[in-house]
Design a protein around this ligand. Structure first.
Ligand code: SF4
Length: 224
């Protein structure tokens, strides 16, 4: 506390010369590698827990196995696995048996396919849709004119209930598909098992939120 806000997103140093990438590398004044030694030490301490260590180790191995051509040099490496394949492989590496699928009503066709894929790999899949429980939006103080289908009954998204189902079913790893901004936050907060996000919802951009970032100088310039 007290020092400049950590600002890696603003780092002006070339990637290969950064302190976080190379010993005796360069760093700006807001560099967390320099300014947050306690955070780095605390993380190292946490990583001494066997289950956390194994999770982190397998995630790193999975990361590297997402590339081909490593043997012929860094400049030649290329990605070879889509995220869904990585998710399946990571769950297998971790020897998980029971997976949770927390998904949005709007992505039910996708969830159906994903559920089948995981089941075909031998996993038990527990799935819960955002509208489960049929709790009216009015219960959380939403007015009729703040609903999507004005004048009609509308179930609220209930990510806490989705998480509680996963917790009760003792899922070992939860996969999020297309939960809304904020609803995803609640699911991640209340789920006991570690979670990964297979798809981030973007209703407008086909669940590719970065499309607006890639076109920020053209079609989405009004966001700047
Ligand atoms: S850790 Fe430091 S050197 Fe690395 S990106 Fe962040 S600010 Fe730059």
């Amino acid at each position: 506390m007290g020092q400049e806000l950590a600002g890696c997103a603003r780092c002006p140093i070339q990637t290969k010369d950064r302190l976080c990438q190379t010993e005796n590398g360069k760093s700006p004044s807001f560099c967390p590698t320099n300014n947050y030694p306690a955070a780095v030490d605390a993380a190292a301490e946490e990583l001494k827990k066997p289950e956390i260590l194994e999770f982190a180790r397998q995630a790193s191995i999975q990361e590297a196995e997402g590339y081909a051509n490593k043997e012929i040099g860094y400049e030649q490496v290329k990605p070879i696995k889509p995220r869904i394949q990585e998710t399946i492989e990571f769950a297998q590496r971790m020897k998980y048996k029971r997976l949770g699928l927390a998904f949005c009503l709007g992505l039910r066709p996708e969830a159906k396919i994903v559920e089948k894929l995981f089941a075909s790999q031998g996993f038990d899949v527990v799935s819960a849709l955002c509208k489960m429980g049929r709790t009216p939006k009015e219960d959380i103080g939403v007015r009729d004119d703040q609903k999507i289908n004005i004048g009609c009954f509308e179930s609220m998204c209930n990510p806490i209930a989705q998480a509680y189902v996963m917790n009760e079913e003792k899922t070992e790893f939860n996969i999020v598909i297309g939960l809304c901004v904020g609803h995803d936050s609640l699911f991640l907060k209340y789920a006991d098992a570690p979670c990964t996000v297979l798809a981030a919802k973007d209703r407008l951009l086909g669940h590719n939120p970065l499309a607006a970032v890639y076109t920020i100088d053209t079609y989405y310039r009004s966001l700047k």
